[in-house]
Design a protein around this ligand. Structure first.
Ligand code: 13P
Length: 259
């Protein structure tokens, strides 16, 4: 089995208009060189309104960053006012779609059943889901991290074959660490990312577990990325706040230079 390619993803959430988004990608492109891109896959997840602008820029300038989205609907088309479907995204050369981000689960009420349907739709349209899982502060305090994460994996990956899971990305994002400045210790992050890999192995087989790439997310910064990336079961990071600034996101993508 070939080594897993590290993957660092910038989730811009509901930030930046398309002018600002273009500027950010241009600045980022000056900071990241060929060697950086040979060492890590970089994915960018703008708002839906910015995807076309970023696609055009990546295409025109031949930039190696990959285009991502933050969400999609599970149906291909239909009477779903305000929603965006997977085939609409794949037509725009989107390659990665975040499914089940905790902000959508907690604030918008997305269910595991819906997340599972989204994962399947993204795969059906030949894009890669970045499935996000993680526990709240209360669940952590009640020692329920393991049952929460295992339960999410069982439900969100139901009916998805091992070979497909091997091609996916799973992001472990403890909800209490998102946007709070609190980061799981590298050892804690490794413990849960190890649990994610073991669970994938039990549910989908050893090859799926060996292939799936696991990201940590939650207050990732240039100062903590190296230690996080040094953990055995962590293959990447899903970055929120620090991905909105070219300099800090570039330093995160260049984590290896700190070693
Ligand atoms: P922060 O990096 O801002 O904590 O956000 C993490 C996150 O939710 C990425 O999806």
């Amino acid at each position: 089995m070939a080594a897993r390619m590290p993957i660092i993803s910038g989730n811009w959430k509901m930030n930046l208009n398309h002018f600002e988004a273009i500027q950010l990608v241009q600045k980022l492109s000056y900071q990241l060189d060929k060697e950086d891109h040979a060492n890590v896959e970089v994915t960018l997840h703008p708002s839906f309104t910015n995807i076309r602008s970023i696609q055009t820029l990546l295409d025109a300038d031949g930039l190696p960053m990959k285009l991502g989205a933050q969400n999609c609907h599970w149906d291909d088309s239909g009477a779903w006012t305000g929603e965006i479907s997977a085939p609409m995204l794949s037509k725009l050369q989107v390659q990665y779609v975040i499914c089940g981000h905790s902000e959508r689960r907690e604030l918008i009420g997305e269910t595991d059943e819906q997340v599972n349907a989204k994962v399947k739709s993204v795969l059906k349209h030949e894009m890669t889901p970045i499935l996000a899982v993680g526990e709240t502060q209360e669940e952590r305090d009640a020692d329920a991290t393991e049952s929460k994460v295992v339960g999410q994996l069982e439900a969100d990956l139901a009916g998805v074959g091992g070979a497909k899971v091997a091609s996916m990305v799973i992001a472990y994002e403890p909800i209490w660490a998102i946007g709070t400045g609190l980061t799981a210790t590298p050892a804690d992050a490794q413990a849960v990312c190890g649990l994610v890999r073991d669970t994938v192995s039990k549910l989908k087989g050893k090859e799926a577990a060996a292939g799936v790439r696991i990201q940590y997310g939650g207050s990732v910064k240039p100062t903590n990325i190296f230690e996080i990336m040094s953990q055995k079961d962590i293959d990447g990071a899903l970055v929120g706040g620090a991905s909105l600034e070219a300099e800090s996101f570039a330093r995160i993508c260049q984590y290896r230079l700190q070693g």
